[in-house]
Structure formats: structure tokens, C-alpha cells
Design a protein around this ligand. Structure first.
Ligand SMILES: O=C(O)CCC(=O)C(=O)O
Ligand SMILES: [Fe+2]
Length: 336
């Protein structure tokens, strides 16, 4: 009941992404997209929401967007977190054997714990689970833990609905057809990537995940209660505080291109700590591999395109081949 996405100019309730500041961060630019309903999920959320309701909230460039009251039952997010925890509890060697890290395999497990092939060691394990069409992939997903497939299927369906809502809100905030971004990016590829960051005896010597923007369209991220996600904003890294029942949404590179730079991909990274393992579950929404991505003509408003066209498959290849960090790949498409 009452789950919807607000659009620009309407009343917005968002939560500030910062751990370092308690003040809400008002931004000048014109993007807004947040799911709210009249029943905040936690007392904390309610208090913060009331505080922030007074403001016209604009969420803009290079910030990760927390989404509360998204309508996804807590039982679904908790089960997903739990089943991922159980998956990562399986001995790493076993997961490596079951789901080899072979680029040709859609479902694969990557780890820095047993292998030394990476020159730059990112301190994490991950499982890549494509979801669409489900019938193509579900039998390839882990059969252990025994509930993994069922729980992940349920979660993926809920996330697909949320992604559609977010795409509509972003489209409306841009002044284009509400289906626009869903058609371009929201309804095609969906990939869930549960990620595990083990505690690290020397966290200052490593990184969980290097600075990057996500290459796809949007990313919806569920994290456990351990801090580690950071966003680069105004020249510094800012921790994104994990809050119960709150998703973090990243706008990614293809949104930056489609909007001709009006909305920016959020640059982020993950750090690790010596005490506690952390689990984060990003779900990536990508265009079709053979989609041509270029600034949406309606959004040019008489300006020249800032980015040249690219085919998403080629974009991804470039992104992964060059191990591009930060905004490297998207910047490489910039026209002079
Ligand atoms: O650890 C996180 O929360 C971020 C994960 C992430 O950015 C990614 O997998 O692209
Ligand atoms: Fe990311």
C-alpha cells in the first residue's frame, strides 16, 4: 500500500547518505527519485524523514541515493542477506570448484582468497547471478544452500519492480516519457552480485573494491550493517551509512550518457576493516548487449551531444579490459 515514487516538485523524503555529517545535504541540481510511503519502516527512518520532509530535497550529481519505504518486505531482504551469508560460509575452495571464474560462464564465483591472478588484489569474493530470463539462469545458480534459488528468485522479482519504479521516477524528473528509461535500461538485463568482504588484518594496505562508476544503467544495492561503501563527492570519500531496510541506488554510466551528462554516474568504492566481514548485494540493471547508447535527443535541448554513440557490449568490454577506474570509460566517450 502506498508505495510509489515521487517526482520532482512533489514532497520527497530521503535519507542522507553520509556517516560523517548529520546534516542533510541539499543539492542544487534537478534530479529526484525516491520511493516513499506513509509508513516509514523504522523509527530512525521516521525521525530522519520528518526532519527532512521540511526541505525540498534534490538529489543530484555523484551521490548515491538511499531509498526507503520501497515496498519490499523485510522478510525478503533478510532472507536474501541470510542465504548469501550461508553461501559465503561454504568453503571458498568448494565455491571456486563449483562456479569457476570463467568469463564465458554466466554464473561464476570470484575470489581474492585462494587465487593470486589479480595484480591488484581486491579484498572480496563475489557470485555473479544473471536473472533474466530467469528460466535461462536459475538452474545455473547455486544449489547450495538449498534455499538459494528460491530466495534469490523472490528477491530478483521484487527488485525488478523497484527498478521499474525508479526508472519511471528518473524519466519523469527528466521530463521524458515515464517508460523511457525502463525501456532503455530497466527491463533488460538484471544481474545480482552478492559480494563478501572478509575482515582484513591490514585494511589500510588494501581495498575491497576499487573506485569506479558502475558501467550499466542503475544499481540497487542492499548492504548489511557493516560500513564500507564510500562515495566520492566534492573531492573526498564519504562513507554511506548502512541503515536497516534502506537500499542505496547508484546512477551508472549509461544514465550519464543517455542524459548527456545531466545526471552523473556515482563514483564509489568499498573499503574493508580488520574486525568484521561485510556483505553487500548489488543488483545491476543493464541495457541489452547490442543496444546503441547515445544521448536521448529530447534531452539535448539544442546542445551538442557530449558523448559519442557506443554499443553496450563494446562499452562493457572496454570497462573490464582496461580495468577502468573512476570515470575512465565514460570519459573516453566524450566528444571534444
Ligand atoms: O560493496 C559495495 O557496497 C559496493 C559494490 C559495488 O559497488 C559493485 O559491486 O559494483
Ligand atoms: Fe559498484
Amino acid at each position: 500500500m502506498g508505495q510509489y515514487i515521487m517526482k520532482i516538485g512533489e514532497e520527497l523524503i530521503t535519507q542522507d547518505a553520509h556517516t560523517n555529517t548529520s546534516k542533510p545535504n541539499l543539492m542544487e541540481s534537478s534530479i529526484t527519485q525516491v520511493a516513499v510511503d506513509e509508513h516509514p519502516t523504522t523509527a530512525e527512518a521516521e525521525a530522519e524523514a520528518e526532519e527532512e520532509e521540511k526541505h525540498h530535497r534534490c538529489i543530484g550529481d555523484e551521490i548515491e541515493i538511499p531509498v526507503i519505504n520501497h515496498g519490499i518486505p523485510t522478510s525478503v531482504t533478510q532472507s536474501m542477506m541470510q542465504v548469501c551469508q550461508e553461501f559465503f560460509d561454504i568453503p571458498t575452495e568448494e565455491n571456486v570448484k563449483q562456479y569457476p571464474d570463467d568469463n564465458l560462464k554466466p554464473v561464476r564465483f570470484g575470489t581474492s582468497r585462494t587465487l593470486s591472478k589479480d595484480t591488484l588484489l581486491e579484498w572480496r569474493d563475489y557470485l555473479r547471478c544473471p536473472c533474466r530470463p530467469l528460466s535461462d539462469f536459475i538452474d545455473l545458480w547455486p544449489a547450495k544452500p538449498s534455499t538459494f534459488r528460491e530466495v534469490t528468485m523472490e528477491y530478483s522479482k521484487e527488485l525488478a519492480v523497484l527498478a521499474k519504479r525508479l526508472c519511471s521516477a528518473i524519466s519523469e524528473s527528466l521530463g521524458v516519457e515515464s517508460e523511457c528509461l525502463h525501456e532503455l535500461i530497466g527491463k533488460h538485463q538484471q544481474i545480482i552480485m552478492p559480494t563478501y568482504y572478509p575482515p582484513c588484518p591490514n585494511p589500510e594496505l588494501t581495498i575491497g573494491l576499487c573506485a569506479h562508476t558502475d558501467p550499466g544503467g542503475i544499481t540497487i544495492l542492499l548492504q548489511d550493517e557493516v560500513e564500507g561503501l564510500e562515495v566520492f563527492k566534492k573531492g573526498r570519500w564519504i562513507g554511506v551509512k548502512p541503515l536497516p531496510d534502506v537500499f542505496v541506488v547508484n546512477l551508472a554510466d549509461q544514465i550519464q550518457i543517455l542524459t548527456n551528462g545531466r545526471y552523473k554516474g556515482a563514483e564509489h568504492r568499498a573499503i574493508v576493516n580488520a574486525e568484521r566481514a561485510r556483505i553487500s548485494i548489488p543488483t545491476f540493471f543493464h541495457p541489452l548487449d547490442d543496444a546503441k547508447i547515445a544521448p536521448i535527443p529530447e534531452l539535448l535541448g539544442g546542445q551538442l551531444p557530449m558523448y559519442r554513440d557506443s554499443i553496450f557490449r563494446d562499452y562493457l568490454r572496454e570497462f573490464f579490459t582496461n580495468k577502468s577506474t573512476g570515470k575512465g570509460t565514460v570519459d573516453s566517450l566524450k566528444l571534444d
